[in-house]
Design a protein around this ligand. Structure first.
Ligand code: PLP
Length: 387
């Protein structure tokens, strides 16, 4: 039998991390000591009090059944409280909050609720890949908004052609930003809301890194801005804040009609987050921001190790104010792919070529600060020898 994949799958470029993973595995299977600064997956385990809560909850048989589609009300209430404390944003736990099986799940599914074949979706370039794949799965057409260094890696909304804007259903934004480490001001969010209102576009703001901040900076929520709830939602994740990438729990909040559209899609696909994990999530949210502060200062130290170390090699890089990524120019004579290959082959260090995040990521590489300070220092020593 000839097994042929759908056109929608054929339209996707191979998921970048899968390719890098393959090269990395090959190198490891050759016995090489690889330092992985590729995938953005925290190296520190989930805090013990969260694991203890999961253990306890998993012994309660009532958690073994299908979860409620909308998630536990207790979890939604804890999310509302967290938003109130952290951002002074009021959310209705009944209608304005929806737990997700990781925020990636919600991000990838949301176009199915609002995008018809041929509709446009405005996507930053470079970007976190699911904005694009979710759009393509829904039959939508991505319109890329370049994130240029000259514009502080913010999309220039004035440059979006009115024709594309009129046909767009969703605009994705993500600050603090993966992969560039850029941050957005409230002014930018105001402009984004005005633009979205003018053209009747749903704003999907991805705030996965809102709690990883440096130098006293504190990322705002898109939902802090007046009018945001009329046109948009914000995605959040436990993954980066509490080192819970493997647990698969996140949430989306904001406009109730957008939330209920996504909930309808999900009720046809999944059956919610394992209840014991939701209970552990409540414990995480109720723990306040002490973890965020602790991890923030750890990543800040790592950031400085990398930036100062590379500066000594003459590699000038701007210090990000948030996220655990360093976004650096490629070096003379290399594009992003050849530089990443060179560094993997010669220094046994994995970095991510910027082009994997989109055309406008060319000319940059991304370094994830997800190994300890000493390993980072060693990575820099190794890189020094080969560039
Ligand atoms: C890591 C990440 C997410 C979230 O992931 P989940 O683990 O699915 O919650 C979302 N957006 C961006 C930009 C990320 O880097």
């Amino acid at each position: 039998m000839n097994i042929e994949r759908s056109d929608r799958l054929k339209k996707l470029t191979p998921y970048l991390f899968v390719e890098i993973d393959r090269a990395k595995k090959k190198a490891r299977s050759q016995g090489r000591d690889i330092i992985d600064l590729g995938v953005g997956d925290p190296d520190i385990p989930t805090p013990k009090f969260i694991i203890d809560e999961l253990h306890k909850a998993s012994l309660d048989e009532s958690t073994h059944r299908y979860a409620l589609d909308a998630g536990l009300l207790e979890l939604r209430k804890a999310i509302a409280e967290w938003y109130k404390t952290r951002f002074n944003v009021t959310l209705d736990p009944e209608t304005e909050i929806l737990p997700l099986i990781g925020s990636k799940e919600g991000i990838a599914h949301i176009p199915l609720a609002f995008v018809n074949p041929g509709d446009r979706v405005l996507i930053p370039d470079p970007c976190y890949p699911p904005y694009r794949s979710g759009t393509i799965f829904a039959g939508g057409e991505p319109i890329y908004m370049p994130l240029l260094e000259d514009n502080a890696f913010l999309p220039d909304l004035k440059k979006i052609k009115p024709d594309a804007a009129k046909r767009a259903k969703i605009i994705f934004a993500n600050y603090p930003n993966n992969p560039t480490g850029a941050i957005a001001s409230k002014e930018f969010f105001k402009d984004l809301i005005a633009f979205a209102k003018k053209f009747n576009i749903i704003v999907c703001h991805d705030a996965a890194y809102s709690e990883i901040n440096f130098d006293g900076y504190k990322a705002p929520s898109f939902l802090e801005i007046e009018g945001s709830k009329e046109i948009g939602v914000e995605f959040h994740s436990f993954s980066k804040t509490y080192n819970m990438t493997g647990w698969r729990i996140g949430f989306v909040c904001g406009n109730k009609d957008v939330i209920s559209g996504l909930a309808q899609v999900k009720s046809n696909i999944d059956s919610g987050v394992f209840t014991a994990i939701q209970i552990a999530g409540i414990a995480a949210l109720k723990s306040g921001i002490k973890n965020a502060i602790q991890f923030g200062s750890m990543y800040q130290e790592r950031r400085d190790t990398v930036i100062n170390g590379l500066a000594r090699l003459g590699w000038k890089i701007q210090k990000p104010k948030a996220t655990f990524y360093v976004w650096a120019h490629t070096l003379k004579g290399y594009d992003s792919t050849s530089l990443a290959k060179h560094i993997l082959e010669k220094a046994d260090v994995v970095i991510t070529p910027g082009v994997g995040f989109g055309t406008y990521g060319e000319g940059y590489i991304r370094i994830a600060l997800t190994v300890g300070k000493d390993r980072l220092a060693e990575a820099i020593e190794r890189i020094k020898k080969v560039i």
